[in-house]
Design a protein around this ligand. Structure first.
Ligand code: ADP
Ligand code: MG
Length: 612
């Protein structure tokens, strides 16, 4: 290479400081210098593409708009070539010598002055290029601008505070950057390593990306395209590419906005919930891009934890390329993205639910867990998320789900609370003692089956100012409090039963809400405590999380009537019956941990029966 008129420059003091930070601490993953250089090449091509719209006289006009990367393990180099706009001498000094002004910034000013469109061409004011010094002993930049009379120039630096610019010869329009790798960075001259890195970060660069002559990117930046021109097949293909999966997305949401934040968002809900299928906890699957350049494939802060089932892309030109995971956490921009996107997504789900309830029901059965989790954990969106909750109901078939809203609209006069019952199976809840009163009073009860349901109910506490109450709770306010009081015999029976059962029960009372069952237990814990206990039990099966219960007996039931006379004749045997009655009630309410313990007693009862 011939060099003439070599000029020596000192990096601006800020750049020296910056390089120090970049090289020593800013980026933890050194491999991202590749992304930065590819991103610069892509920017340069975008700019050229824009200029081509208005200027005919472009040097080397026949060159393709593409990016070539070549590796040489012999020389221990990696080289990035683009046929973009290139740089003039002045631009080299400004762009690769200072950070006060970025070429992209100047470019934008030019566009703005001329009143042309093209805001998306703005480059980020960042440290991108200098990241190459993380892996380089020296970097050479050979460049030639797109104008007819541009010079061929070579910029060179060892990252030691100085750079040189000399005249070059023979290279084409655009920029070629040779990174002379450090000894300990030899891996970056291995095409297999580079190929992996390129696929990871730059798969959607909108120009052909070639590695040692072979094009390695195939997929377009579909999220930036007009959604009216994208087919379902294309969406599906992109979804599968991005998620490495084979299914069809069940929902997709594609939108863009310019204010208050620039963003292009393409979200997918997969066919199935992998967590539900027992494949472990999901990681966020929504990647963050800035103008087609991947910032983070799985940013933790971008969307709330409960939204981890979402897949797709968020592309915002407002996000600086060099944002690190740490700074993302406190970035107000990321927070704004988060809340805008989630609000939009919830609105979308709400709309989908009303457009096609059946399909939403299917979604809900698979992904409802996340909605519940969000309701309990995402304070900002809690209100909106409540509207997405669905439940099985005592008034609907198993297949049909209802929302709180539907429940409210079906509430009769005098009903001020929302009722639900927890159980492991619908049959057990429906046939259990706690439904008797509600069935006979024609009051709807929501059925819930998972510990998280109870947790959600208890953290919500109320919906639209209606208290949410477990139907097996002692204080259900719909029960007629003025009903005829218990007889003296019943009162005496209750007192004695309390003696028999001891501290297994809070109290024993004659019931005014049992119809078919002889007796039942009701929970004296608050909804909150109940929910917590159920969760604790789920975490630690051995934990003693028994609820404080009230045992209510049904004075109209033959068994209770018989018990009154039995107590007079054979107190001991009557006591055994009381204990069994209590255990049956616990079992029916789902509070019995060890039903096996009843076997001995049942045998005693059977023995007595068979001897009569
Ligand atoms: P940024 O891309 O955020 O502006 P960089 O440090 O990555 O910051 O690059 C600095 C500037 O150098 C760019 O804005 C651009 O003007 C110029 N530049 C870098 N690489 C190229 C290239 N391949 N072709 C043309 N200009 C480039
Ligand atoms: Mg850059």
């Amino acid at each position: 290479m011939t060099k003439e008129n070599t000029e020596r420059h000192e990096f601006q003091a800020e750049v020296r400081r910056l390089m120090d930070i970049v090289v020593n601490s800013l980026y933890t993953d050194k491999e991202i210098f590749i992304r930065e250089l590819v991103s610069n090449a892509s920017d340069a091509l975008e700019k050229l593409r824009y200029i081509q719209l208005s200027e005919k006289e472009i040097y080397d006009g026949e060159l393709p708009l593409e990016i070539e990367i070549s590796t040489s393990s012999e020389d221990n180099t990696i080289t990035f070539t683009d046929y973009g706009i290139g740089m003039s001498r002045k631009e080299l000094v400004e762009n690769l010598g200072t950070i006060a002004r970025s070429g992209s910034k100047n470019f934008l000013e030019t566009i703005e002055k001329s009143g042309a469109e093209g805001k998306d061409l703005i480059g980020q004011f960042g440290v991108g290029f200098y990241s190459s010094f993380m892996v380089a002993d020296s970097v050479e930049v050979m460049t030639r601008g797109y104008r007819k009379n541009s010079e061929h120039l070579i910029w060179q630096s060892r990252g030691d505070g100085m750079f040189e610019i000399s005249k070059g010869k023979g290279h084409r329009r655009g920029t070629k950057i040779v990174v002379n790798l450090k000894k300990d960075a030899k891996e970056y001259s291995d095409p297999n390593v580079i190929s992996g890195i390129l696929k990871k970060y730059s798969a959607f660069v909108p120009f052909p990306l070639k590695l040692n002559g072979e094009q390695i990117n195939t997929t377009e930046a579909i999220w930036l395209r007009n959604k009216n021109q994208i087919t379902d097949q294309e969406y599906g293909g992109f979804y599968r590419f991005q998620t490495n999966s084979f299914d069809e997305p069940r929902y997709r949401l594609h939108f863009s906005s310019e204010a208050p934040i620039d963003m292009n968002v393409l979200l997918f809900v997969p066919e199935d919930n992998m967590e539900r299928l027992g494949l472990g906890r999901m990681e966020s699957g929504v990647s963050l891009y800035s103008r087609r350049v991947l910032i983070d494939a799985a940013p933790k802060q971008l969307l709330p934890e409960w939204a981890r089932f979402l897949k797709g892309v968020v592309d915002s030109a407002d996000i600086p390329l060099n944002i690190s995971r740490e700074t993302m956490q406190d970035s107000s921009l990321v927070k704004k993205l988060n809340s805008t996107i989630i609000k939009r997504f919830i609105k979308f789900l709400k709309q989908s639910a009303s457009d096609d309830p059946k399909n939403y029901g299917d979604f809900y059965r698979k992904f409802g867990f996340f909605i519940k989790e969000g309701t309990a954990s995402d304070f900002e969106h809690k209100e909106q998320l409540q509207e997405l909750l669905r439940f099985e109901s005592s008034k609907k078939d198993k297949e049909e789900l209802v929302s709180f809203e539907e429940y409210l609209s079906g509430m009769g006069e005098g009903q001020e609370e929302i009722y639900y019952l927890f159980g492991t199976q619908r049959d057990a809840i429906e046939n259990g003692p706690h439904m008797e009163f509600f069935r006979s009073s024609d009051i709807e009860v929501l059925f819930v089956y998972e510990p998280i349901d109870e947790f959600v109910m208890s953290t919500l506490g109320e919906y639209k100012e209606k208290k949410i109450v477990s139907a097996d709770s002692v204080d259900v306010n719909v029960v007629d409090k003025d009903a005829e009081g218990p007889s003296e015999e019943e009162k005496s029976l209750c007192g004695w039963m309390k003696e028999v059962l001891g501290d297994k029960v809070g109290d024993v009372r004659a019931s005014n809400r049992l119809i078919d069952s002889p007796a039942a237990v009701f929970n004296s814990d608050s909804t909150m405590t109940q929910g917590m206990k159920r969760i604790m039990k789920n975490i630690n099966a051995a934990a003693d999380m028994r609820s404080v219960v009230r045992f209510e007996i049904n004075g109209n039931h033959a068994l209770i009537k018989n018990l009154i006379s039995m107590r007079k004749k054979d107190k001991e045997f009557a006591g055994i019956i009381v204990e069994q009655l209590f255990d049956n009630a616990l079992l029916a309410a789902g509070y019995m941990d060890n039903p096996g313990s009843m076997v001995g007693r049942i045998n005693t009862l059977l023995e007595r029966l068979s001897s009569q």
